[in-house]
Design a protein around this ligand. Sequence first.
Ligand SMILES: [Zn+2]
Length: 165
Amino acid sequence: MGHQIVSRFTEPAGPFPSGDVVQAWVQARRSGTPVADLAAEYEAPEATVLRATRPWGPFWRTGPRLPDGVVGVKGIAKLAGMSDPAAIRWVRTGRAPEPDFVLGDAHKLWLESTIRRWLDSCDLASCPDCGARCVSVNRHRAGAHKARRPGRPEQDSSSRPTSTS
Ligand SMILES: [Zn+2]
């Protein structure tokens, strides 16, 4: 979260956060940031953060706050080496396994072992460059490893393990 956003809230906005700030709060809460942390970061009352984000709730504690061995859709993305939107799509289309737990409001959770077993046994390809699991390596490469532009080193070099052997 950038300091620009912070100052946009604290400068002229008055008691009401701008739409951009509210969306930043919503995103942060969706990714598990506690309201107290947001309130401190934005120097806003906790009640303001709560009230402004409530229409986009409910917010579940996900990510690092899940118990060990339990993952949400982002955890699937991480385990499979793919993007969050791709994991969300796989869950929606039924490519990912059925969730082990469904909390209220269709919030789905999986045992990490369920996902690992699925990744071991499913017919997904593995990208030889980055290890991501994908339906089609060619399509994955076209999207994730775009053609190298002349005069520029390849993109994403930071996220690629050194795997030339
Ligand atoms: Zn790849």
